[in-house]
Design a protein around this ligand. Structure first.
Ligand code: PMP
Length: 360
């Protein structure tokens, strides 16, 4: 089929079954005589697409009834502003944890709307760990507590949540949504850009507890008020129709495979294949602290810049592509989202073993 193993951090690999179904339905979607891209978002056929996407997401994430699901635009980055605009209403203050470049961006955006107290940071070690959440004192008054659940660049993830003392917890799950089972009721807001575990870029999923909706100041632009999108079922303006359609197919794909817990099992298997090898290798080393390692993004390095470059080049020639790490960490990063098959990770590790044998 000439498909490569694509380890891109995002936009990222999608399930081939989903791409094939979309290809089949591309020119004439279910007898409508048109593609989903050409369809009015107010049409019956499209209404069914967006409603089913929401329904399946609710099912696979077990989203409680007192949460709304929104399909928005502007990427996860717009949420960095929408969250403080909608939530910083009483204390005008947020407690935030700084675990990487995306947290930093969220922090600097939130500061435009109120006070931000950074309660913990792992910047001292290039964000290669998650600060100890159990020792955090989050008792001070604030409108919400903010974390980045999975840190795409550094390959770390939260495995325990901070005690927010009743304040809503906001979680950026852009790079780990649907990868492992989570309890939605522990959050006030969960948000995720689509282009890693959900579908194509262009849509951002926001899951928001009902009591947090409708408190934005009157000065907040209509498009940036969650209430606008809740009141209009994500159709206040034209939604990113095709991205939502593909997202719906991905949700169905997850459901068919056995849901999020089945994904989690496969993801653990994949991550273990790579981590076990990194732990035993004398040439490659992982960069994140063991206890905080991500299931989705695995950064690793070789002893020299020359070897890193050589590895990336040789890997690409064998069909393992987009393995270059983020410039702030260097080396390599394998993003192994839901759609990366076990076989892709196993073959990558086989290739790494060959590389190690040749270069040590
Ligand atoms: N948060 C995290 C954890 C991310 O990985 C990314 C994108 N890589 C973003 C936010 C920003 O997402 P977007 O490009 O959709 O604005």
């Amino acid at each position: 089929m000439n498909r490569v193993y694509n380890f891109s951090a995002g936009p990222a690999t999608l399930p081939v079954e989903v791409l094939e179904q979309a290809a089949q339905e591309m020119v004439n979607y279910k007898g409508t005589g048109m593609s989903v891209m050409e369809m009015s978002h107010r049409s019956k056929a499209y209404e069914e697409i967006i409603n089913n996407a929401e329904k399946t997401l609710r099912e696979i994430m077990e989203i409680p009834d007192n949460y709304k699901v929104l399909f928005l635009q502007g990427g996860a980055s717009l949420q960095f502003a929408m969250i403080p605009m909608n939530l910083m209403t009483k204390h005008k203050k947020a407690l935030m944890l700084n675990t990487g470049a995306w947290s930093k961006k969220a922090i600097s955006e939130a500061k435009k709307f109120g006070e931000v107290v950074v309660k913990a940071s792992s910047e001292d070690k290039t964000f290669n760990y998650i600060p100890d959440v159990e020792s955090l004192d989050l008792s001070e008054d604030a409108d919400y507590v903010y974390i980045t659940n999975n840190n795409t660049i550094y390959g770390t993830r939260f495995t325990t949540l901070p005690d927010t003392k009743g304040k809503p917890l906001v979680g950026d799950m852009s790079s780990n949504i649907l990868s492992e089972k989570i309890d939605v009721s522990q959050y006030g807001i969960i948000f995720a850009g689509a282009q890693k575990n959900i579908g194509p870029a262009g849509v951002t999923v926001v899951i928001i507890r009902e009591d947090l909706i409708g408190h934005a100041d009157a000065s907040v632009p209509t498009m940036l008020d969650y209430k606008t999108h809740v009141d209009n079922d994500s159709m206040f303006n034209t939604p990113p129709t095709y991205s939502i359609y593909i997202a719906g197919l991905v949700f169905e794909w997850i459901k068919k495979l056995g849901g999020v817990s089945a994904m989690e099992k496969i993801n653990n298997e994949k991550a273990n294949i790579l981590y076990n090898y990194l732990d035993e290798s004398k040439l490659f080393s992982g960069t994140a602290e063991k206890k905080d390692r991500s299931l989705m993004n695995i950064p690793f390095i070789l002893p020299t810049e020359e070897l890193n470059a050589q590895f990336i080049k040789e890997a690409a020639a064998k069909g393992f592509v987009t393995l270059k790490g983020h410039r702030s960490v260097g080396g390599m990063r394998a993003s192994i989202y839901n759609a990366m098959p076990v076989e892709g990770v196993q073959k990558l590790v086989d290739f790494m073993k060959e590389f190690e044998a040749k270069n040590s």
